[in-house]
Design a protein around this ligand. Structure first.
Ligand code: ADP
Ligand code: ADP
Ligand code: ZN
Length: 216
């Protein structure tokens, strides 16, 4: 979990390489649905481009299926889901009936100023999905992907106006999810300073995950 631009995607990609679990990003799943040109994708686009959360009913339906289809022996890293208490409750029910534990909830904290700077500089590769930042993690050559050589693209919702809206949604609807998990006490709650450099953030998360009590 974490506000837009905190580094969830960047860190999730590194962690799945290190720990070997599958990576499920709700934002990526929704963007793929949009790219397919389906009616569902069009519906999602309206909310996303306004910086609003997609309604719980839709999210839970799409993500429940994604979790079911991708859950394997190495487990799952959920990125960007759940984002409301209702989504967290639905996930809890699904995991309980599948007899799968939630080991840890990682919250990446980042200040508003940092978040806005990161979001407006964010670019990604339309081929391989690799993330860049034009100032902090620029591609080697101009604005093409280091690996694919194709032009990087910017997300429709990565403007300053929309990010302010997304930050407000985070504060109102997603922050309460942190308290929900703190109260439940079943999963380890790991809070990370996301203002630090990418490698430092990775190290902090990895150390915390390696310290998880075994056999939860
Ligand atoms: P970021 O990485 O900047 O936090 P995401 O790619 O995770 O953004 O999400 C982009 C948009 O997709 C969100 O602003 C929201 O509209 C929608 N979205 C993604 N995940 C969820 C979710 N779990 N619940 C509701 N809306 C979501
Ligand atoms: P989120 O998934 O939380 O929205 P991203 O991982 O997409 O965040 O990161 C947002 C932007 O900030 C990207 O352009 C990424 O390259 C950059 N970024 C991520 N983590 C850091 C960091 N620790 N320091 C500087 N820039 C970062
Ligand atoms: Zn690429």
């Amino acid at each position: 979990m974490g506000p837009p631009g905190a580094g969830k995607g960047t860190q999730a990609k590194r962690l799945v390489e290190a720990f070997g679990m599958a990576h499920l990003s709700s934002g990526d799943i929704f963007r793929a649905e949009r790219a397919s040109g389906s009616a569902l994708g069009e519906k999602l686009a309206g909310y996303m481009d306004a910086g609003e959360l997609v309604p719980d009913e839709l999210v839970v339906e799409i993500m429940a299926k994604a979790v079911q289809d991708n859950d394997g022996p190495t487990g799952l890293m959920l990125d960007g889901f759940p984002r409301t208490v209702a989504q967290a409750e639905a996930l809890d029910e699904q995991l309980a009936s599948a007899k799968r534990p939630l080991d840890a909830v990682v919250v990446i904290r980042a200040s508003d100023a940092v978040v806005v700077e990161r979001i407006t500089g964010r670019r990604s590769c339309p081929e391989c999905g690799k993330l860049y930042h034009m100032t902090f993690m620029p591609p080697a050559d101009d604005s093409v992907c280091d690996d694919c050589g194709v032009a990087l693209t910017q997300r429709e919702d990565d403007t300053e106006d929309v990010v302010r809206q997304r930050l407000a949604a985070y504060r109102q609807q997603t922050e309460p999810v942190v308290d929900y998990y703190r109260r439940r006490g079943e999963a380890e709650l790991i809070e990370i300073d996301g203002d630090k450099a990418p490698d430092d953030v990775s190290q902090d998360i990895t150390a915390a995950l390696n310290n998880l009590p075994l056999g939860r």
